[in-house]
Design a protein around this ligand. Structure first.
Ligand code: 5AD
Ligand code: SF4
Length: 461
């Protein structure tokens, strides 16, 4: 969930103003960048993937770890130089905006530290972007980071059919934002605010629009996606499981996924959805962070290692082909060698198909930063290396286990080599099909011939 992605939007038109959007962090930012691009297109801005062509550059930022935030300031330094060069050459002015979680957390600081920045906009206020831009164009520098009382999704433009099509057959749909869990290492409850679930009716409309545009696979997104709750058509409270059952009934949706979940919110209905819904893909990102009860407590995860293992067993009972992914942190304050061994033991017991792991990064304002016994950087790094070796071995073993298997693959795009196509396996891994047997959006059966580092090769079955 947390890999850095850069997703400049494509297809510039001549003689229009152009916006370059750079996305950092999680898939929720990818979704937000797409919606901002749609909103800006109504203001006459067309997306470009070349920063040099842009009239407006928007950095949609991530604040989760120190390194993620630092990237923003170095990018702003580069933009400052570009702006100066343009001014010298008498070229059109460049406007620069910072959006996302760094904007939310450090708005005033950004304006102070980076004179190149014209606007700062937080993740709950993207629908105000057109108004903010109008103020920028009249010469102001604008900070818009107050939590919006109105629903941003109600005010953002509708899903744009043409742009959705251009983005491909697999789409994100944010169903929930924010987090009330307050894990002691995490900035999300402060940057994204408290949990807000989008109403069911809004989600159904958006899902149908995506399907009408040709989307076949929808990934439901939320910082804490399985905390989604709403009112069902029956007037009863619904959870994510109910939502998945409901969405699975929409013709045209071939595949459903959801990310990221918290173990405490994996209820029976959601587990049953994994048993009952063939459209729900057998892949689950369920972070545990640590295998030590002491550290889990200090992290305020509010479950024990054993609870997590029991939960995984329960889900695997109903969906034996489930592949698991997780997030891990090494060197949380107070973590001893023995605590770390507990993490290793948990990983060995559970077995992951993929994982993201990080050294603990103390984030100002979070309770973890004020805890005693911070772990030296070199110890964090050593533990991370050992953990990653184990996770990588598990990932390789998982991918190798797929060789020789026949599976359904959703065709997503042409491959790099002529005659090749790239699709997606049920377990999220890209599959390069060495033939051109289908159209984009088709689901075809293939036989896996080879596993690479991050992709599989296959022949039509
Ligand atoms: N330090 C290190 N990793 C962190 N994560 C979140 N906050 C921190 C932090 N302060 C990791 C967690 C989370 C993922 C998105 O990022 O593993 O699940
Ligand atoms: Fe952060 Fe914990 Fe909320 Fe996940 S559940 S967003 S790690 S506070």
């Amino acid at each position: 969930m947390d890999q850095i992605v850069e997703s400049p939007e494509k297809k510039p038109l001549a003689n229009t103003r152009k916006v370059f959007v750079k996305t950092y962090g999680c898939q929720m930012n990818v979704y937000d960048s797409q919606r901002m691009t749609d909103a800006l297109s109504e203001q006459g801005y067309e997306p470009t993937d070349t920063v040099e062509d842009a009239d407006l550059v928007l950095l949609n930022t991530c604040h989760i770890r120190e390194k993620a935030s630092e990237k923003v300031y170095s990018e702003l330094g580069r933009l400052q130089k570009m702006k100066r060069k343009r001014a010298k050459a008498g070229a059109a002015d460049l406007k620069v905006g910072v959006a996302g979680c760094v904007a939310q957390a450090e708005g005033a600081e950004i304006i102070r530290r980076a004179p190149v920045v014209d606007l700062v906009i937080g993740p709950t206020t993207y629908h105000r972007l057109p108004d903010v831009l109008a103020r920028v164009e009249s010469g102001q520098r604008v900070i818009e980071t107050e939590y919006a009382v109105e629903d941003k999704f109600e005010h953002l433009p509708e899903i744009n059919r043409e742009k959705t099509l251009a983005r491909g057959v697999s789409a994100f749909l944010t169903v929930q934002e924010g987090c009330d869990k307050f894990c002691t290492f995490c900035v999300v409850p402060y940057t994204r605010g408290s949990e807000v679930s989008r109403p069911l009716s809004q989600l159904i409309v958006e899902a149908r629009r995506l399907v009408d545009a040709g989307v076949r696979e929808i990934t439901l997104l939320g910082q804490n996606v399985n905390a989604w709750h709403g009112e069902g058509p029956d007037g009863k409270p619904w959870g994510l499981g109910d939502l998945l059952y409901h969405l699975a009934e929409i013709d045209g949706i071939a595949r459903l996924r959801y990310t990221t979940s918290h173990p405490r919110d994996m209820d029976m209905r959601l587990i049953e959805a994994h048993r009952d819904l063939p459209k729900l893909m057998p892949y689950l990102h369920l972070p545990v962070q640590s295998g030590s009860d002491r550290i889990l407590k200090a992290m305020n995860r509010r479950h024990k290692a054993e609870d997590y293992i029991r939960l995984i067993d329960q889900i695997r009972d109903v969906r034996p082909d489930l592949a698991l992914s997780g997030d891990f942190i090494t060197g949380f304050p107070g973590e001893t060698d023995e605590d770390f061994e507990d993490t290793i033991r948990l990983v060995e017991r559970v077995g992951y198909a993929s994982a993201f792991s990080f050294k603990y990064s103390a984030r100002p304002g979070t309770p973890g930063a004020d805890l005693p016994d911070h772990v030296p950087e070199e110890v964090k790094a050593e533990r991370l290396e050992r953990l990653q070796k184990l996770l990588m071995a598990q990932q390789t073993a998982f991918q190798q286990s797929l060789v020789g298997q026949t599976m359904d693959v959703l065709m997503e795009k042409p491959g790099r080599e002529p005659g090749q196509m790239v699709g997606r396996s049920p377990w999220l891994l890209p599959v390069i099909v060495d033939a051109n047997p289908a159209k984009i959006g088709d689901i075809i059966s293939v036989r896996i011939t080879k596993a690479g580092t991050n992709s599989l090769h296959a022949d039509p079955a």
